[in-house]
Design a protein around this ligand. Structure first.
Ligand code: AMP
Ligand code: MG
Length: 406
């Protein structure tokens, strides 16, 4: 059986390079740049005051208090001011251009304006270059301001707006199809019969994809029959990535792998030393990727984060889409039957002396209710049967870690 890391390596090695497109500015948030972004003008476009005050020559404040004639005003959005006459100062507002000849701004708090408004007395010295930003000092026209691979967040959107990018070059998001399988399943808004359960995996997986800004195409519930599986899997192969839930273990009705083989879908692994999630399948047909996730709800959730996220994230152009991993101190004894690496639900938080990990009680890899209190999963290495309170464990922060509260 291969390890989680080996399996992740196989997934990453089989990814096609991400494809590119251009999107309108308003659709760029959350996307990943496929090309560098250059400044289309100098920013600031003029010597720009950082304070409200008076623009002047710093040398004229060598002896303070010093009196200046007020030669005019420069306001943000107003006309460009004329040159600064010798011995005078120009009233200036934050964001406004400095007049030609001024090399400093003294802030209004250090200035006293005469009753008639014609003169200003500057009370404190100011050094050349103080309280303003030089034209082009944040970015010069033509300079690279964002690199390819950079994810567009609020600050990046501000940069794109600053330079007038109405079209933004980004990596194309992969199209993802989602199929669940099982004779026992009904949809959440149906009444299950005595031997039936409601389909929860489709919603869990769709939500996990949504956290990655991907809206999957839902292909419904396939019954545990070759014909039904075949036609729905064929439909899913139209997309870049197909995720199939259930039907991948050893039972008499676990037919997904057989149908993959029948359809010429090459299986790259079908067993991982992972708990929960041993029967995870990764396969491909041409450049189409296919994941077969075990049907148990937690197996599905964990294997998505271990294998689907790294793949889909990279196809979106992200360099490191994997969940954030940190090390933390375990706050309780934990046991397992050794053999496979386990991912256990936990509540984790940061304290001054490091991350703390409270293991959560849960019954099994089917216990979705037990998992709802988790904001992280910690790693129980396969060769160990006991982890003692106080030991340092590896921890994966779940995607909504920062929005979860207790
Ligand atoms: P399987 O991987 O198909 O053998 O399913 C393993 C377990 O997960 C069984 O108890 C199934 O009933 C359950 N299961 C499979 N698919 C789903 C689903 N979509 N939603 C909730 N539970 C499921
Ligand atoms: Mg099944």
């Amino acid at each position: 059986m291969i390890s989680v890391e080996e399996a992740q390596g196989i997934v990453i090695a089989n990814l096609a390079g991400p494809k590119v497109e251009e999107v309108p500015f308003r659709a760029a948030l959350g996307r990943v740049l496929s090309e560098k972004i250059v400044a289309t003008r100098d920013i600031p476009p003029f010597n720009r005051s950082g304070v409200d005050g008076f623009a002047l020559r710093a040398a004229d404040t060598a002896n303070v208090p010093a009196e200046f004639t007020i030669a005019g005003e420069s306001r943000a959005g107003g006309e460009m001011p004329g040159a600064l006459p010798p011995g005078s100062a120009v009233a200036i507002m934050t964001g406004a251009p400095l007049p030609e000849g001024a090399d400093a701004v003294q802030m209004i708090e250090q200035c006293r304006v005469s009753a008639d408004g014609r003169k200003v007395t500057v009370l404190d010295q100011v050094r050349a270059g103080e309280n303003f930003a030089l034209k082009g000092s944040e970015a010069g026209s033509g300079e690279e301001v964002l690199q390819p691979g950079h994810r567009i967040g609020p600050a990046e959107l501000a940069v794109l707006a600053t330079f007038g990018y109405s079209l933004v070059p980004v990596y194309r998001k992969p199209e993802v199809a989602l199929l669940v399988t099982g004779d026992e399943l009904v949809e959440f808004d149906e009444n299950p019969g005595d031997s039936q359960i409601r389909n929860s995996n489709a919603h869990c997986i769709a939500a996990q994809l949504k956290y990655m800004d991907i809206e999957p195409e839902y292909l419904g519930i396939a019954r545990d029959s070759r014909d039904d599986l075949r036609s729905r899997i064929l439909a899913g192969l139209q997309r870049d990535v197909l995720i199939v839930s259930g039907g991948v273990s050893m039972g008499n009705y676990d037919l997904v792998k057989d149908v993959f083989a029948e359809l010429g879908i090459e299986i790259l692994f079908s067993k991982v030393a992972l708990k929960p999630g041993k029967p995870t399948v990764f396969a491909r047909k041409g450049d189409r990727l296919v994941f077969g996730l075990p049907g148990n709800p937690i197996s599905s959730l964990v294997t998505f984060e271990c294998f689907v996220r790294p793949a889909v994230g990279r196809l979106c152009g992200l360099k490191k889409p994997d969940l954030l991993r940190v090390k933390g101190e375990l706050l309780g004894d934990m046991r397992q039957s050794p053999g496979r690496t386990s991912f256990m639900p936990a509540w984790a938080w940061w304290q001054e002396d490091g991350w703390k990990v409270e293991p959560l009680r849960w019954k099994s890899s089917a216990d979705i209710v037990g998992f709802t209190g988790a904001n992280a999963a910690f790693v129980f290495p396969g060769h160990l049967s006991l982890l003692k309170r106080g030991e340092i464990v590896d921890l994966m922060l779940l995607p909504d870690f920062f929005s979860r509260q207790r």
